[in-house]
Design a protein around this ligand. Structure first.
Ligand code: SAM
Length: 289
């Protein structure tokens, strides 16, 4: 006889609790046990692990997280899933559910209240409509995290992990790589979900850095320079920076780039993080005068 699969369990749970996958909340439930295990493995979860799960859905991954981890705190926005989740998770006393929008929460306080000083790990099959804002919130708030393991759209994973020179390299690559070291752990076909999304996905593991990879005078200015350089991707660095919110004159930009040994005819997508840091620190010095 065929094994009772995650697909069967998902179908049965949706029927039992009269749940229809909500497009608005990006609900594509994971039904592939191998992929689920790949997520748990790359996150290196054991009984000491404190986990924040974003969007537990019907609780498929949540159960397996609770089996392996010390504690699991899950944040689910959809009121319509809370009853099913509470019933599905009733056997686990290391599980806590919060019915809220992850974007509205003060995550630093939440993690402190639930996990004290212990570093935690984020695990999530993210809703694709809000992937980048969630990732940036997790990173920019300087939370006490070891790692963030996420299922995201394949193209987003490729952009996050991209190196200088390619078409995928951009603001998202640099912003994420400033805070974390990314690794694509698996490419996931649409068949791994119910309902099937219109795109392929990938599991990306972000090892959160203990220290910044470059030394900066002004972090906010660094991101402003990066956004300016990629604001008009097809333009040279000189023209992209000139037309940007930095408010610098053309000859000033030419001088600043020359003082960093960066050819002004290059495009933003060819600059490494180190080069962006050197340029930012020069601009900072210039603006300070
Ligand atoms: N973890 C489940 C799984 O793997 O089968 C569900 C993943 S589904 C792609 C995304 C989940 O995130 C849904 O349960 C959805 O309701 C929830 N979600 C969407 N937006 C959210 C938000 N802003 N805050 C918290 N949860 C959210």
């Amino acid at each position: 006889m065929r094994d009772y699969s995650l697909a069967d369990a998902t179908r049965d749970a949706m029927k039992k609790f009269d749940i229809r996958a909500s497009k608005k909340f990006g609900q594509n439930f994971l039904i592939d046990q191998n992929i689920l295990e790949a997520i748990l493995d790359i996150s290196a979860i054991d009984k000491n692990s404190m986990i924040l799960e974003i969007g537990p859905g019907l609780g498929t991954m949540t159960k397996q997280l609770c089996e392996r981890a010390g504690k699991v705190l899950a944040v689910e926005i959809d009121k319509g899933l809370i009853n099913a989740l509470n019933i599905n998770m009733s056997g686990y006393d290391n599980f806590k559910l919060i019915n809220d929008d992850i974007m509205r929460l003060d995550l630093k306080s939440l993690l402190e209240e639930n996990f004290g000083d212990t570093k935690s790990k984020v695990v999530a099959n993210l809703p694709y409509y809000i992937t980048s804002p969630i990732i940036m919130k997790l990173l920019e708030e300087h939370l006490n995290l070891f790692s963030i393991t996420l299922m995201v759209q394949k193209e987003v994973a490729q952009r996050i992990a991209a190196f200088p020179g390619g078409k995928d390299y951009g603001v998202l690559s640099l912003m994420v790589q400033y805070y974390a070291v990314p690794e694509i752990a698996a490419i996931v076909p649409a068949e791994a979900f119910m309902p099937k999304p219109g795109v392929d996905s990938a599991v990306i593991h972000l090892k959160v850095r203990e220290e910044a990879p470059v030394s900066l005078e002004d972090e906010a200015l660094f991101f402003k320079v990066i956004k300016a350089a990629f604001g008009q991707r097809r333009k040279t660095l000189l023209n992209a920076l000139y037309g940007s919110a930095l408010g610098l004159g053309k000859s000033q930009i030419e001088d600043l780039l020359a003082s960093c040994g960066i050819d002004s005819r290059r495009r933003g997508e060819t600059l490494s993080m180190d080069e962006f840091a050197i340029l930012t620190n020069k601009i900072w010095l210039f603006l300070k005068k």
